[in-house]
Write a protein that binds this ligand. Structure first.
Ligand code: UDP
Length: 472
């Protein structure tokens, strides 16, 4: 236990629920070690889900939460800049306000922890002469790629996606060119330079906390600790402190319908379908998904949103909903008669569902997911295998990790970002996961991972120890 009168952790979260949630969870964990914790959140003013999460977190009274107003970046970024560019610039432009806000704290901080997009703020720790850490809210393989990017930048001459061979990352699973993270898709895009900059800045920290655990990625973590493998890159100490996931909350008494329905379904028989806080499908893809689910004849819960207006690989959490003239309710967007024909096996939820609580229900046996890392961890920690349907950010890497390394997911052969995944392929994947032997084997493996994730947080578990040790 640390002395809370002497140890004050200041955390900085970038906008987006996928970034905010793991930072809040880290704050909670640090509180259990008796740290005083202040969390600065650069909020996206448009996200109702984010505001709700912040509000309910604040009501716990565990940590102080201070909202930093989003700086105006319209003069520094193109209006059609990608989410990664906007996030990186937004966090950089926040630095003066962040520094002043820290100066105004009555209890000076003793350690600074920023998330992936906050690395430009590491210098603020130097102003206050305190140690500084980066919190990677995804996995160690992603961290390894990010750290190695400055070397790939020199070695690979053309576009990464045009490479004939998988990209080498020291000691780690090689990365297929088609699975690179969004910022690596086009090198001339500003988001590539922003991401490269993050890779250069991370080693300036005193250490990196990462939302994984020893038994999930043993080889990658060993590689990250083997300085000999990394040549000129100065490696920093790595602390795997995962899985950090939102614990299930109480069920909202106005929204029990989905749980009443789940109660009536057999154990592990329902496929939960959702694409995270910002994922949208094209209209054509939604129609194929609907027919694929119908053809599979399996039970499902589908969180339906209006389709994307244009093909985009970005999340949409910077916008409110999808379109000003979006119609309300699934019926407007699904094939005619679909809701009627599937009424005995399917349940649709409009726009947003209590995901963590659904995934933990015993009737849920599969998750068709966009593979955001929070959703991925929520699935693993509830012992639910996946259909990996990546859309944006680092999700193709996540899907590769789940399908090829951990073998707990089925993945479409058609790359969702390149073409439309057809109804027959969807039907086949659903059946493989929910009915076939292969799916049973995946369920067995994910349950083992669930249990190893729990062990990591035991009194003597690897993540408990890593979190207790990171500052010493
Ligand atoms: N989420 C939810 N209900 C929904 C959609 C998403 O509660 O209908 C939550 C989900 O449980 C997860 C987060 O939103 O904690 C999404 O984070 P993730 O990293 O999976 O994806 P992102 O939204 O960042 O792409």
């Amino acid at each position: 236990m640390v002395d809370s009168t002497k140890t004050h952790a200041v955390l900085l979260s970038s906008p987006g629920l996928g970034h905010l949630t793991p930072v809040l969870e880290l704050g909670k964990r640090l509180r259990t070690l008796n740290f005083k914790v202040t969390i600065f959140v650069v909020s996206s003013p448009t996200s109702a889900a984010e505001s709700q999460v912040i509000e309910s977190f604040m009501s716990l009274n565990l940590c102080e939460v201070i909202l930093l107003p989003s700086p105006d970046i319209s003069h520094v970024v193109d209006p059609d800049a990608t989410v990664v560019t906007r996030l990186a610039v937004l966090m950089r432009e926040t630095r003066p306000a962040f520094s002043s806000a820290i100066s105004a704290l009555s209890f000076p901080p003793t350690v600074l922890i920023v998330d992936l997009f906050g690395t430009d703020n590491l210098e603020v720790a130097d102003e206050f002469k305190i140690p500084k850490f980066v919190y990677i809210a995804t996995h160690a393989w992603f961290l390894a790629l990010t750290l190695y990017l400055p070397v790939l930048h020199e070695r690979v001459k053309g576009e990464y996606v045009d490479e004939k061979n998988a990209l080498f990352i020291p000691g780690c699973k090689p990365l297929l060119p088609e699975d690179v993270v969004d910022p690596m898709l086009r090198r001339s895009d500003q988001q590539y330079l922003e991401y490269l900059n993050i890779g250069i800045e991370i080693p300036m920290a005193d250490g990196v906390l990462v939302n994984t655990w020893e038994d999930l990625e043993p080889a990658t973590l060993a590689a990250l600790r083997d300085c000999k493998l990394w040549g000129d890159i100065s490696m920093v100490p790595i602390f795997p402190v995962g899985p950090m996931v939102t614990p299930p909350g109480p069920i909202d008494s106005n929204k029990t319908e989905v749980f009443d329905w789940l109660e009536k379904q057999p154990i592990e028989s329902v496929l939960y379908v959702s694409f995270g806080s910002g994922g949208l499908l094209s209209n054509e893809q939604m129609i194929e998904l609907a027919y694929g689910l119908e053809l599979s004849q399996q039970r499902f819960i589908w969180v339906v949103r209006p389709p994307a207006e244009k093909k985009s690989s970005d999340g949409s959490f910077f916008t409110v909903g999808n379109s000003s003239n979006a119609k309300e309710g699934p019926a407007s967007y699904l094939p005619e008669g679909f809701l009627d024909r599937t009424k005995n096996v399917g349940f649709t939820v409009w726009d947003w569902a209590p995901q963590v609580e659904i995934l933990r229900h015993q009737s849920v046996g599969g998750f068709l997911s966009h593979c955001g890392w929070n959703s991925t961890l929520e699935s693993i920690t509830n012992g639910v295998p996946l259909i990996a349907w990546p859309l944006y950010a680092e999700q193709r890497m996540n899907a590769a990790l789940l399908a090829e390394e951990l073998k707990i997911a089925v993945r479409p052969k058609t790359l969702p970002w390149k073409g439309i995944v057809g109804r027959e392929e969807i039907q086949m994947m659903v059946k493989t996961l929910m009915v076939d032997k292969e799916g049973h084997a995946m369920r067995g493996r994910v349950k083992e991972l669930k249990s190893s994730g729990e062990t990591a947080w035991n009194d003597n578990g690897s993540s408990t120890k890593a979190l207790a040790q990171f500052m010493y």
